[in-house]
Design a protein around this ligand. Structure first.
Ligand SMILES: C[S@@+](CC[C@H](N)C(=O)[O-])C[C@H]1O[C@@H](n2cnc3c(N)ncnc32)[C@H](O)[C@@H]1O
Length: 230
């Protein structure tokens, strides 16, 4: 279940201890998968925004589906699962020029290629984001304007995977960065929907899932179906 912490890499309270995450923070998960970190952060801390961006369509759709179920529980059954400030985007983070307005950036980046990290460093350095949580050591050496403030071994109960989580703090804010700059185009829709409330978020998420179900099926998909029936 998505609202069960047992499979997440990092207990959310650790993020608070080392980065001062609060209700005023905006949290971005780069490569949000099925959405667990975003949901946990939103539920536990009621942050201003908890946005995930995921390049892989099926994982993104799973995060939308999980979000829909939790929103429905909140709205229809009156449970106190707080996922109202969550939003999941389908896209490539490398299309962003900066990461504003997010104060806290999280990435489970164990498999990210070095070139991707170099590109992310440029995008991060163009932003006002104060904290970066990563599973790679030495991000300063691939160009991020950060210093390491803490590291912590992590263990995933489900798979038994062990990693080390690294907490970084920004060192330099480029003088040409405007602190109150507009959100990057990549995030505008997410922030608009979050700000319009949970009913609008549920309507938006439901439409996205429906669009996927109604999509024109590809020729190859139809072919497979035909072969299956024979
Ligand atoms: C290991 S998963 C992490 C999932 C989730 N954040 C978690 O911690 O449970 C990393 C994800 O990053 C996604 N990813 C890789 N490159 C990306 C990019 N350029 N833009 C957005 N997502 C990306 C992958 O598709 C994958 O789902």
């Amino acid at each position: 279940m998505l609202n069960d912490n047992s499979h997440s890499h990092l207990p959310p309270y650790i993020i608070v201890t080392h980065t001062g995450l609060s209700e005023e923070s905006s949290f971005l998960d780069i490569g949000s998968g099925t959405g667990k970190p975003n949901v946990h952060i939103a539920q536990k801390f009621g942050v201003k925004h908890s946005v995930g961006i995921e390049i892989e369509k099926i994982r993104y759709l799973l995060s939308q589906n999980n979000h829909k179920v939790l929103l429905q529980q909140t709205l229809e059954e009156g449970t106190s699962i707080n996922v109202r400030n969550c939003f999941f985007l389908h896209g490539d983070i490398l299309q962003a020029t900066h990461l504003n307005p997010f104060s806290h950036i999280y990435m489970f980046d164990v498999g990210f290629p070095t070139e991707t990290l170099h590109e992310l460093a440029i995008i991060f350095n163009n932003s006002i984001s104060q904290y970066l949580i990563s599973y790679n050591s030495g991000l300063d050496s691939v160009g991020f304007n950060v210093e390491l403030i803490h590291s912590l071994p992590t263990f995933m109960h489900g798979s038994g995977e062990r990693h080390t989580c690294y907490f970084y703090k920004r060192t330099v804010l480029d003088s040409n960065i405007e602190v109150d700059t507009e959100p990057d185009t990549v995030f505008k829709e997410a922030l608009r929907v979050i700000n319009s409330g949970e009913n609008e978020t549920l309507r938006f998420v439901t439409n996205k899932i429906q669009e996927w179900h109604d999509r024109p099926k590809t020729r190859s998909g139809r072919g497979k179906e035909m072969r299956h029936r024979e």
